[in-house]
Design a protein around this ligand. Structure first.
Ligand code: GLC
Length: 526
């Protein structure tokens, strides 16, 4: 499909419902100036890998860029000191505009990462807020007096060792504590303050006016914290909610953002919402008046087990109201890579599942070539929370620095990069990259896979099978999670259109599908 065709599907929302998303961690995608850190110009240079309008490319329709704003980089960009500028390490605003233009020219939409829960402690807002108890920006952050000579309450931060995990840091100059759910260098904004809400609205408008297609919203389920700063219950007992995450009032903010997005033409937002229970996650769709999608992270928590994945999908399908569109992901910049968790032998079945379920799939850079977590020697550890292994440089070719940089890469390059890389896999029809391309381009041409209904099929233990259907097209997907063969009975004719194993395309299956070990197929039912 050529880019102009991608543009011509004008139905509002179809691009983010039917498209395949790809997450880029800008530090690690492509360096263009030899400083060992990826940058925006590097991403632009590599856009043809993502979509050049032909099946030679991966064929994704949207990218999400992790933060590239000005930042002291204590949390590698998730500590923003200026929401409206590009950090010099990544380039300039002009580089961003150029990236956006080049992406759009290829039919690739662009989401930027909005980090509204906290800023950097170097953000001018926090510098002002900290400067005195009377500063007009004091109330933009959460300040509180000590209690019994210690922190105001028992809330815990997400990072750091257990003893140091208080979510509060004392500011000796004013004698008060400030709240931070991540590093002390990431003070939490006070979302009860209307000026804060307006300031973040302005940030959103800044990027929307520049032409971005939407946002991935960081820690979207937090933001608002209990006004009274009450202690959390010691054990997270079922009916005793925490006072610092997922307050009901957060939905008001999501509705506000939706109204703002709706002022623009066909934009969207996907929120990072770490609710474990799907019954809770579904609330984030609101009445089709909140964020367009909350991330469903439940796949990341499953062991490699067909019944578990099927359980997540069936529960999600049951819970979603008709206006809500699902999404799935297998990994991201905070989690161990899927290929490491499930093993390379299962990478194709995992990809086939992600890309053929009903819902928007999010791929993390490097998944398409089977990148795995890279062991980091102690003297090269840079992340505060052990996430370096899944953030190593993209492996483009077999040269010493994997085509990522000419300098010293900020994180080590995988030892197997000379074999696991884009160049080596591009012309090999049996490669994982070729498999990803086949599935994605099949999906583009298939109303059933892009937008069709979902129905589970009966299958033996270890096999996850389902039917997708739209516009008279009916496709069966059967995924064998086991290391041994399996057999799924079917009542009708089915012709294989795609398989994880070579040479099966065109096979007629009836009355059963014989699946090899770790094999997945897509077959047309007739
Ligand atoms: C989100 C991001 C993570 C970051 C944290 C604090 O969970 O995905 O990378 O460290 O928020 O901003």
């Amino acid at each position: 499909m050529c880019p102009s065709l991608l543009h011509s599907r004008h139905v509002t929302g179809s691009w983010w419902r039917e498209g395949v998303f790809y997450q880029i961690y800008p530090r690690s995608f492509q360096d263009s100036n030899g400083d060992g850190v990826g940058d925006l110009a590097g991403i632009t240079r590599r856009l043809d890998h993502l979509n050049d309008g032909s099946p030679r490319s991966l064929g994704v329709q949207a990218i999400w860029l992790s933060p590239f704003y000005r930042s002291p980089m204590k949390d590698f960009g998730y500590d923003v000191s200026d929401y409206r500028d590009v950090d010099p390490i990544f380039g300039t605003l002009e580089d961003f505009d150029h990236l956006l233009e080049e992406a759009h020219r290829r039919g690739i939409r662009v989401l930027v990462d909005l980090v509204p829960n906290h800023t950097s402690d170097q953000h001018p807002w926090f510098i002002a807020s900290r400067s005195s108890r009377n500063d007009p920006k004091r109330d933009w952050y959460v300040w509180a007096d000590p209690r019994n000579g210690g922190p105001p309450n028992n809330w815990r931060a997400v990072f750091g060792s257990a003893e140091k995990r208080a979510a509060w840091t004392l500011d000796p100059a004013s004698g008060q504590y400030y709240l931070h759910h991540f590093l002390p260098e990431q003070p939490d904004l006070n979302w009860w303050n209307e000026e804060v809400r307006r300031a973040i609205d302005d940030v959103m408008r800044f990027w929307l006016d520049r032409g971005v297609d939407g946002f991935r919203i960081d820690v979207a389920h937090s933001l608002v914290k209990d006004k009274l700063l009450r202690n959390n219950p010691r054990l997270f007992a079922k009916r005793r909610p925490r006072h610092n995450w997922e307050l009901d009032e957060v939905h008001e903010i999501h509705r506000r953002w939706r109204r703002l997005l709706d002022e623009y033409d066909d934009r969207m937002a996907v929120g990072e919402v770490s609710s474990r229970k799907l019954s809770n996650l579904v609330r984030y769709y609101g009445n089709d008046d909140e964020l367009h999608m909350p991330f469903n992270f439940n796949f990341l928590r499953q062991p490699w087990n067909a019944e578990k994945f099927r359980g997540v999908v069936e529960e999600w399908e049951r819970l979603l109201p008709s206006h809500a569109w699902p999404d799935y992901t297998l990994t991201n910049h905070d989690r161990s890579r899927a290929t490491t968790r499930y093993g390379l032998r299962n990478a194709r079945v995992a990809a086939l599942m992600l890309l053929t379920l009903r819902g928007t799939p999010f791929i993390y850079y490097g998944e398409e070539i089977g990148m795995t977590d890279v062991p980091i020697p102690p003297d090269r550890i840079v992340d505060v929370d052990g996430r370096d292994p899944e953030r190593t440089p993209m492996q483009w070719d077999a040269t010493a620095k994997a085509g990522f940089t000419t300098g010293r890469p900020w994180l080590p390059i995988a030892a197997d990069a000379d074999q696991v890389n884009v160049a080596a896999q591009r012309d090999d029809p049996a490669s994982l990259f070729s498999f990803y391309r086949r599935v994605i381009w099949l999906r583009h041409g298939s109303p059933a896979l892009r937008a069709g209904s979902y129905r589970s099929l009966r299958a033996p233990r270890g096999v996850f099978a389902y039917v997708r259907e739209a516009d008279g097209e009916r496709l069966m997907v059967a995924l064998n999670f086991l290391d041994r063969s399996s057999r799924v009975s079917i009542a009708e004719n089915a012709d294989v259109v795609l398989s994880t194993s070579d040479g099966r395309t065109g096979d007629r299956l009836q009355p059963a599908v014989e699946l090899g070990p770790n094999e997945g197929i897509v077959a047309k039912l007739s």
